[in-house]
Ligand binder design. Sequence first.
Ligand SMILES: Cc1cc2nc3c(=O)[nH]c(=O)nc-3n(C[C@H](O)[C@H](O)[C@H](O)COP(=O)(O)OP(=O)(O)OC[C@H]3O[C@@H](n4cnc5c(N)ncnc54)[C@H](O)[C@@H]3O)c2cc1C
Length: 435
Amino acid sequence: MKTTPFWWEEAAPEHGERAFDQTRCDALIVGSGYAGINAAITMAEAGVKDIFVVDFQRIGEGASTRSGGQIGRNSPKFSLAEGTRRFGEKRAREIFEDYDRSLGFMLDRAKTLTDDFELNLSGGLIGAHSRKDYQNLAAAYDSMSPERKAKNQMIPEDQVHRYLKTDIYRGLMLRHEGGSVHPAKYFRALLNRARALGVRTFSGFRYTGVTDKAGKKLATLQDVTSGKTVTITADKVLVAANGYVTKDVPWLRKRTIPVQSYMIATEQLPQEQLEELIPHKRTVGDTKHVLYYFRRSPDGSRILFGGRARFRTSTAEQGAVGLRQFLLHTFPSLDKVKLTHAWLGNVCFAYDFCSHVGQMPDGTYYISCCNGGGVSMMTYLGHRCAEMMMGTPGHDRGIVNSNFPRLYFYDGNPWFLPAVGTYYRFLDKAARWRE
Ligand SMILES: Cc1cc2nc3c(=O)[nH]c(=O)nc-3n(C[C@H](O)[C@H](O)[C@H](O)COP(=O)(O)OP(=O)(O)OC[C@H]3O[C@@H](n4cnc5c(N)ncnc54)[C@H](O)[C@@H]3O)c2cc1C
């Protein structure tokens, strides 16, 4: 079993430039994932000239080439009433709009990309973990507008097998919008688009901080191989580090909780068997607090299964043990299946479970907190942040400039995660015991 992402077999991250031939640029973007690259594309399309994207890893080596590649209509992990309490009614409604627009924005941007990335819009299923969860999904469905209802469908428990060959769910919601991509090929397509627009990418450089001089930002980058530093003068600096944010950016560290997320890939299985287990290559997620999600590989021949298998810092192999158990719980007929890949990556949560875009007190910009899912959301927020950096009229709404809370006495080390994970697992178990 390999401990690198399955996706890298066909689209592994590559190095960018390893030296600077000029030390000034218009925009310096720290973090080369979907958020950073999409911010770069929007700025380059608008005519911003010298755009540098830097990363301490290879280009795209963070979460963006490791994900499950599931895409769907996004919505916040809180109700409109809760959002109104936190942000005020107008801002809360705009935040909901931002989430709602993200998938459409990604599909529009996809039309500008020339490389194929195995976009599959066959929809997705949400498995209700308990009967109460099914009732909650049904209540959400009932409150939808007629237009939205037409894009969703409730599947009661006695019909689940027509859509998914498992006994673990108490019913399903079928969402006709969304589906999946090959996440590393999607990233490569974006990168090629950015490069075609003149964006330059540099790998192996760690951003360590910024100072101001004559209205410009002097950003310090450290070469991770030689330890030498280089100072880049930029008009604007954006930090798009999500779950990989380093101690160099304490303002963000105090507001964000990085969490490891794990995935496994099975060996190739007979197509008929997979078509019976997961028909139509639909994606699957569930309603649990500690959620699991799975899909078939783009060629349909494997199952890719993911989730928060562990809440302590662990290896890909350790994560694979828990994921395999849950895979077998979901599909007992796979008891002999072998795994070919197991890997992990970091996602990032905010205390308010909202994504955030804005400006730090030192004048640098940020995009942060995918809260577990960000293929389309971080694509869209890259664009929204670029609008903010360019001063596009109307940019100050919704997620852009929303209040970004911090926890006092927290410095970026999530020591409490194992306890939180145990508590959430208990809630998931209790939901079934109650039945
Ligand atoms: C295993 C897994 C499965 C997932 N599955 C899904 C899914 O199915 N659907 C979905 O929508 N989302 C999924 N996600 C989430 C999704 O992948 C992320 O939300 C998204 O990729 C985040 O993009 P990003 O650009 O914000 O961050 P990243 O892609 O993580 O990029 C951040 C980059 O910043 C760099 N960086 C950080 N600090 C510095 C510094 N000081 N100097 C230089 N560089 C720095 C890092 O090296 C990193 O490359 C998954 C994530 C994981 C890990």
